[in-house]
Design a binder for this molecule. Structure first.
Ligand SMILES: CC(C)(COP(=O)(O)OP(=O)(O)OC[C@H]1O[C@@H](n2cnc3c(N)ncnc32)[C@H](O)[C@@H]1OP(=O)(O)O)[C@@H](O)C(=O)NCCC(=O)NCCS
Length: 184
């Protein structure tokens, strides 16, 4: 029910209104509400690669991002703020009726401000009509990401042995899934 009320609120509140209220009544609109999600473009790649490099020991290369942008079954979004610019991105692959989160990343300077949650909520709403389940892999050591996914209903469904490169050889991946059909 809450989801539908929030959706209705979003439909009735235009971005310009939010920015107006934020200026006139500072504090009346949350930072997360002022963030915007749009599709990633090739021109975003400098910012995207900079954020990627700040977050991962084994970052994706520019070619990987370019391949994602070219692939028709990949959804690539960015999150931005009016004053800060691009602050994060999310990449999802769609195949055989399943969505797979390939990358979710927020600039360390802006983490814990709601951008990660905002991108995931946007993605879940978008893929809801096209898929039954959303999957992802995450390092077991990445407790903040796991907390975020759990808070949105993702549950552990297994472990992929030696999935990630790590300083001491390889690290397992925890597999999480969200059953979007059961959420309707
Ligand atoms: C994981 C990540 C995307 C979260 O993005 P974010 O914008 O910082 O997250 P949000 O502000 O939306 O926080 C949402 C929830 O995540 C969890 N979380 C985020 N940062 C946390 C922290 N430092 N400690 C504990 N929990 C944290 C909390 O559950 C939080 O909800 P709450 O603020 O209501 O408690 C971000 O930390 C990141 O980019 N990490 C590096 C890349 C990465 O690991 N990506 C995930 C790969 S699977």
């Amino acid at each position: 029910m809450r989801r539908y009320l929030d959706k209705l609120k979003d439909m009735l509140t235009y971005d310009a209104d939010r920015e107006f209220y934020a200026k006139v009544f500072p504090g009346s609109v949350s930072r997360k509400d002022l963030m915007k999600i749009r599709y990633m473009e090739v021109d975003d790649l400098d910012d995207v690669l900079s954020i990627e490099g700040k977050n991962y020991n084994y970052p994706w290369t520019e070619n990987i991002f370019r391949d994602c942008l070219r692939a028709s079954n990949y959804l690539c979004w960015v999150c931005e703020e009016l004053e800060t610019g691009l602050i994060g991105y999310c990449i999802v692959s769609m195949a055989a009726g399943e969505a797979h989160i390939m990358n979710l990343c927020v600039d360390p300077a802006v983490q814990r401000q709601g951008a990660g949650r905002k991108m995931l909520e946007h993605m879940i709403e978008y893929v809801r009509k096209k898929t039954e389940r959303i999957f992802l892999e995450v390092r077991p050591s990445n407790t903040k990401a796991i907390q975020l996914y759990n808070s949105l209903g993702f549950e552990e469904i297994g472990v992929r042995k030696d999935y990630y490169p790590a300083k001491e050889g390889r690290e397992d991946a925890v597999m999480l899934a969200l059953d979007v059909v059961s959420q309707i």
